[in-house]
Write a protein that binds this ligand. Structure first.
Ligand SMILES: *Cc1c(COP(=O)(O)O)cnc(C)c1O
Length: 400
């Protein structure tokens, strides 16, 4: 079977809720992936930052296969010998007191919302069913019915109502708007330190510190969604570290798995996660030993291989070189670490067509919104490979 055969099958039997590039991948190694026709590509998306450690990292693969052979699933009806160690290691690395494991990013966000609401009622005394959570326009926190309820993206909501109440949207990057939106019923402010899906939107300098200060003054929880920005992507462990800010609650996912297996978590202080009592919340697969073993090794690889510092160093280089490309199509190049957006001029014909052209050159990336190309290679990438990519990016942006 070749590329066209697989595409025909998928389009016939699989729901078309995505519009992928027409490349059918069968193998990966580090920063490279191969398609079923034998072509090699440099992965400049990293599964939306789930593969920060690179494809099929040998140490994570070994942790996965060892644990799979021993004991993959217990459910939380019983304890297992991996979850406690993951919890300890994650807390020691991140500086939080406690974690709550889930599977997908959206579930981690749902968990954070439930924690904030429950704390609002049980600790702050917000009247029953009145809790409000402030969110940002342009946000992306996942696809559950509750989470899309506070999306500002029309397509994410179209046809999916009725929606969950209790969310208030404000402009991203405005501390003033946050201050004004707070009421006695506000329990939390939920935000991304850099908005990834919205097009790699970086808030103004000082914003993270300002929102930290506002939430502290009003006794509302600062919930940072670091599912995409966290675990080294921006050149720091968390993107909040760029302003030395610690949120009250942080959601992580994606790279916590090294790309092998869905695993996510909520990190918070002990007094916050203590609002959950046995039976309040859960997940059959959440905290399973296979996920925990994979996550433990994924974190160790990030640290042992210096991937966070590498993301910073290579990201600065890549961004600098991109900024020097002279192309009439480029409006702005922005980013932190290896999370970089190239915003195109409105008349450039859309980012998708450039992603298609880059694919033909052997580089895989994806448009985000209509006019931004996102570059987010695995954090194991080295200078030579960035130069290889830059040659192709420059060619495509200059000659089309
Ligand atoms: C990907 C992402 C999510 C959702 O994660 P899933 O694993 O797809 O449910 C939530 N928030 C942010 C910022 C993300 O990038």
């Amino acid at each position: 079977m070749n590329t066209q055969d697989y595409i025909a099958l998928e389009d016939q039997y699989n729901a078309r809720n995505y519009k992928p590039l027409d490349v059918v991948l069968e193998r990966g190694q580090g920063i490279w992936v191969w398609d079923v026709d034998g072509n090699r590509y440099l992965d400049f998306l990293s599964a939306y930052s789930a593969v920060n450690q690179g494809h099929v990292h040998p140490r994570i693969l070994k942790a996965l296969t060892d644990q799979a052979a021993r004991l993959p699933l217990t459910s939380r009806a019983f304890r297992n010998d991996q979850l406690p160690l993951l919890a300890q290691e994650l807390c020691q690395l991140s500086g939080f007191d406690m974690m709550l494991p889930m599977n997908t990013g959206a579930e981690a966000v749902e968990t954070a919302i439930k924690a904030a609401r429950k704390r609002g009622y049980k600790v702050k005394g917000v009247p029953e069913n009145q809790a409000e959570i402030i969110t940002c326009q342009g946000n992306f926190h996942g696809r559950t019915t509750t989470i899309i309820s506070f999306s500002s993206e029309a397509q994410y909501k179209d046809g999916f109502g009725p929606f969950t109440p209790g969310f208030v949207g404000i402009p991203y990057g405005s501390a003033e708007a946050l201050e004004q939106a707070i009421t006695p019923s506000t329990v939390a402010f939920c935000y991304e330190p850099i908005q990834g899906e919205a097009g790699v939107i970086i808030p103004p300098d000082g914003y993270l510190r300002q929102i930290r200060d506002i939430c502290t003054r009003h006794n509302i929880l600062l919930i940072a969604d670091e599912i995409q920005t966290g675990l080294g992507r921006t050149g720091k462990l968390f993107a909040n570290d760029w302003e030395s800010v610690q949120a009250d609650v942080v959601t992580i996912g994606k790279a916590l798995s090294g790309g092998f297996y869905p695993v996510s978590a909520v990190l918070a202080r002990q007094d916050i996660l203590s609002v959950f009592r046995p039976g309040d919340h859960g997940s059959t697969f959440g905290g399973n030993p296979l996920a925990a073993a994979v996550a433990r090794e994924s974190l160790k690889v990030l640290v042992d291989e210096g991937l966070i510092a590498n993301a910073h160093e290579q990201g600065e280089y890549l961004k600098g070189r991109l900024q020097r490309i002279e192309s009439e199509h480029i409006r702005e190049v922005r980013g932190r670490g290896l999370m970089i957006g190239v915003e195109l001029q409105p008349q450039a014909g859309g980012a998708r067509r450039f992603a298609e052209k880059l694919k033909a050159e052997g580089l895989l990336c994806k448009e985000t919104h209509d006019h931004v190309i996102r570059f987010a290679p695995p954090l194991v990438i080295q200078r030579d490979d960035i130069d290889w990519a830059l040659e192709r990016i420059e060619k495509v942006l200059v000659n089309n």
